[in-house]
Design a protein around this ligand. Structure first.
Ligand code: SAH
Length: 225
């Protein structure tokens, strides 16, 4: 890295440390591993070049194709809710920029992530490789039916909102596994499902605003619990 590049990286690192203190810790996220992961992942490397200066702001940002990179705080909430252990294998639906996938990659051993927009899938794959994330596999396609070849997963994170919880994603959870997903539309709730011996426990976390899940979720939409 040249001198200007090194100074830039240092400045972004300082902005990132500030982001974690002011946006994440101040709002009650306590999981030390999640905080450390968010201090490490270079969010400015995963947003469009013209938005780099705004990468650490307290908001979602556009990444093209009508999609967004999630607000840092929401990424932290979802990551904490999954209570990941270092050996876990995680499925993500909605790769987008690859930022959430990178945070997950810092927290567990394998990340499988699916993105429906071909250009975004290709870009995330390139960016995650460039940043050295060797434990993330990106697939282009509809994540509604999960990724059965690699199931079961210890955790599943969904970053686009369907109006019902896709059954396949629950089925691909290991026993004790956790699924965090925004459900509903236009107003959505972030829901945490835990697979237990007895069945599935459901907990509502907070109101959220995600882009709608596209593909089969729309065809299969309807009045469901
Ligand atoms: N986790 C992302 C957030 C991306 S926003 C990040 O950190 O940047 C949600 C993403 O879900 C969008 O990129 C959208 O194209 C994608 N998406 C929507 N429906 C999908 C589906 N059925 N399968 C896979 N990806 C989907």
């Amino acid at each position: 890295m040249d001198q200007a590049g090194a100074a830039g990286a240092e400045r972004f690192e300082a902005e990132r440390a500030k982001m974690v203190i002011e946006q994440i810790e101040a709002r009650g996220i306590r999981d030390a591993r999640v905080l450390e992961a968010m201090r490490r992942v270079p969010r400015h490397e995963l947003v469009p070049a013209e938005l780099r200066e705004r990468a650490y702001q307290d908001r979602a940002l556009p990444i093209g194709h009508d999609q967004t990179i999630s607000q840092p705080y929401i990424v932290a909430v979802m990551s904490e809710a999954l209570a990941l252990r270092p050996g876990d294998r995680v499925l993500e639906v909605g790769t987008g920029s690859g930022y959430q996938a990178a945070v997950l990659a810092e927290l567990c051993s394998e990340v499988y992530t699916i993105e429906i927009v071909p250009e975004l899938a290709a870009r995330a794959r390139t960016d995650l490789t460039r940043l050295g994330y060797q434990n993330v596999r990106v697939r282009q396609g509809d994540g509604y039916r999960g990724w059965p070849e690699y199931a079961p997963f210890d955790a599943v994170l969904v970053a686009a909102a369907p109006d019902h919880v896709p059954e396949a994603l629950v089925e691909q959870l290991a026993l004790g596994g956790r699924l965090v997903i925004p459900v509903g539309g236009p107003a959505q709730e972030l829901v945490l499902l835990t697979r237990t011996e007895e069945g599935v426990e459901r907990q509502t976390l907070m109101p959220v605003l995600f882009v709608p899940m596209r593909g089969e979720a729309e065809v299969d939409a309807g009045d469901r619990p």
